[in-house]
Design a protein around this ligand. Structure first.
Ligand code: GLC
Ligand code: GLC
Length: 613
């Protein structure tokens, strides 16, 4: 490669080791533009130089143990800075609470500068180098990540790379007619090509933001896959890739450990395709992996791939050419809620079986709820074997979780309910979906116990899965839906705000009192985390499989690591169930501490067992 005299040995060695593949990929995507390639190499060196000593030390440490995140000791939490503690300084003051909750992986929801009334919850960034003023400054962010590191907490931040806000400097200049800036987006002066695209590109937000294009006052038409104020970036232009890489590296230099690649399947567009998961997306992600391994190897890439199962795993890349370090276990999440509604574990068992066959170094992020809606991306081919067809089944699930289905205690709201598509998704907090809200309003103590047990069982199941469990802030104290968004004109059209309420610190104060709902859930969760940390059988690289329970309401999972076996059983029904073991089981139930010996056990409604043998 071109010798660059002032490169430090460490940087040069890392670059050299990846040079051939990196150049090859860059040339393929960007038409052999070596000038742009060398510009990027120079910029990468600058970010390496600017990286502070503490972060470089972390880089070296994690380079030596590249699977540092594949353990049973990580527990994540995702939260909105303003909802949780007003601003970044506030979050710093709450680190004790975060630690007390057993959390050592903190996902801060988008906090960069974004127009207030057109922000999509921060996912429309107008300046990648500035923090939203109400939340603080870059210095505050740096101080927070440094303090987190002292406390052994890793910090995750979104990198919203598919689009910028229409208020971003590039977009503003493009709107003014700057030709160079227009090339950073997809601009058209008539509808011919946009209409062509619309024939093959599905819609992400069919009711809240229909269509994939937006016409500006000038008459120009710009591609906007998500909201009209989120302009899609054109990664076919190497300047966009280079500049966005620099934006990412500047966040890494502020101490971000995990970069969440937001909406990554969408970043490459081609006419005549659905513009999702195209082969070039994988080349771009692979390059980002190489770049981070050269400049800041302690940083992990987390891909947000909310897609059907066959599209997700390819984002891990291959053993020789890895892409993302971690991905969301989105199908399991949706299948879990399906199981809550149907009380029939067969789909979930099938899903676990498929996961168990994946390579052990794939690390998934497991979750019950996040800031987004639940999309019903289930395996309908499998379900059709039981007579469940896609459209009517989605309707059943939505009826169930909005409480319209007879006997359902759930209180969710629909999301993007387009009658013609029959494809509505769903919003609500874990507690409200489990029935805690209904039981509280109806003052029904028996129903309340059942709902709380369901909530805890679901968390136990999440923690039994391989990977990193991530709690959605508020769920640890069973926070309910927040209806107040209906009164805010900026938020009311988007029902995802139902589960984006302010963290309730008065409720959090009850966490030590196990006579309260908050205390019961909080203490159960922290106890489950403690047990999980104590036993290596929960490590991400353990073998796991499903076991037959001869009971369609009970899911059985077996984990195995270094001679230890964990048998876990989850009752997804509101009635007592007998679970039959696959032979005689003899071990210790980890939560009660009791000895188990025999062929069967009775599970309480929504009960579960963690039996270590
Ligand atoms: C991601 C985010 C979602 C946002 C979308 C557009 O999918 O999770 O909240 O609306 O990107 O940026
Ligand atoms: C779709 C997108 C995902 C986004 C979500 C927001 O599922 O695939 O990226 O987070 O919509 O609702």
């Amino acid at each position: 490669m071109k010798q660059t005299a002032n490169w430090e040995q460490e940087f040069a060695e890392r670059f050299e080791a990846r040079f051939d593949e990196f150049r090859q990929l860059y040339c393929e995507v960007y038409n052999n533009d070596m000038q742009a390639f060398y510009w990027l190499a120079g910029a990468m060196h600058e970010y390496y130089e600017k990286r502070n000593a503490a972060l470089k030390a972390l880089d070296r440490k994690r380079e030596k143990e590249p699977f540092w995140y594949s353990t049973n000791s990580l527990v994540g939490m995702m939260l909105y800075v303003d909802n949780f503690a007003d601003n970044l300084k506030g979050v710093r003051e709450k680190i004790d609470y975060i630690k007390e909750s057993g959390v050592n992986y903190l996902h801060l929801m988008p906090l960069l500068k974004s127009p207030k009334d057109r922000s999509d919850g921060g996912y429309a960034v107008s300046d990648f180098r500035r923090v939203q003023p109400e939340l603080g400054t870059m210095k505050d962010l740096e101080a927070l990540t440094a303090e987190c590191h002292i406390n052994d907490i890793s910090v995750c931040l979104d990198f919203v790379m598919n689009h910028t806000s229409e208020d971003h400097a590039w977009a503003k200049a493009a709107r003014e007619g700057d030709e160079e800036m227009k090339k950073r987006y997809f601009f058209f002066d008539n509808w011919d090509i946009p209409f062509e695209f619309e024939r093959t590109v599905p819609q992400v937000f069919p009711t809240t933001a229909p269509g994939n294009f937006t016409q500006l006052d000038s008459g120009d038409i710009v591609m906007t896959t998500f909201y009209p104020y989120q302009w899609d970036l054109n990664y076919g232009n190497c300047v966009v890739f280079n500049d966005m890489v620099c934006n990412m590296l500047s966040l890494c230099n502020r101490g971000i450990d995990i970069i969440r690649l937001d909406a990554v399947p969408y970043i490459w567009k081609e006419l005549g395709t659905n513009c999702r998961n195209l082969p070039t997306v994988h080349k771009l992600v692979r390059m980002m992996r190489i770049i981070s391994e050269i400049v800041c190897p302690s940083v992990l890439l987390l891909g947000e791939v909310v897609m059907e199962p066959s599209k997700v795993a390819p984002y891990f890349g291959t053993k020789d050419k890895p892409e993302c370090h971690m991905l969301y276990n989105v199908t399991t999440m949706a299948s879990t809620w399906h199981t809550v509604a149907t009380k029939d574990v067969r789909l979930l068992r099938f899903q676990m079986l498929q996961l168990s066959e994946l390579p052990k170094d794939y690390v998934f992020l497991n979750y019950l709820r996040c800031h987004d809606d639940i999309g019903w991306g289930l395996d309908y081919e499998y379900l059709s074997g039981f007579g469940m067809n896609e459209i009517p089944h989605k309707k059943f699930l939505n009826d169930y979780f909005t409480g319209r289905f007879e006997g359902s205690p759930s209180r969710g709201e629909l999301y993007n309910d387009d009658e013609s598509l029959g494809d509505a998704r769903l919003c609500g907090t874990t507690a409200s979906l489990c029935g805690i809200e209904t039981a509280l309003t109806e003052n029904d103590a028996k129903a309340l116990k059942t709902a709380v047990d369901c909530d805890i069982m679901l968390h136990a199941y999440m923690m039994t899965q391989s990977g990193i469990p991530v709690i959605y802030s508020g769920d640890e104290i069973a926070q309910l839906n927040d209806e107040s968004y209906h009164d805010d004109p900026d938020k009311s059209p988007d029902s995802r705000y139902l589960h984006r309420g302010r963290f309730d610190w008065t409720k959090a104060e009850k966490r030590t009192d196990n006579k309260t709902v908050e205390g019961t859930v909080y203490q159960a969760l922290t106890e489950l985390e403690r047990i999980r940390r104590e036993h290596e059988v929960f490590t991400a690289s353990a073998d796991f499989s499903v076991t037959d329970t001869i009971n369609k309401h009970v899911l059985g999972i077996k984990r195995e690591y270094q001679g230890k076996k964990l048998y876990a059983f989850f009752n997804f029904s509101a009635e007592k169930q007998v679970v039959f073991f696959d032979g005689i089981l003899s071990g210790v139930e980890l939560i009660s501490g009791e000895t188990v010996r025999g062929l069967s056990e009775t599970l309480e409604p929504y009960g579960f067992l963690w039996i270590l043998c």
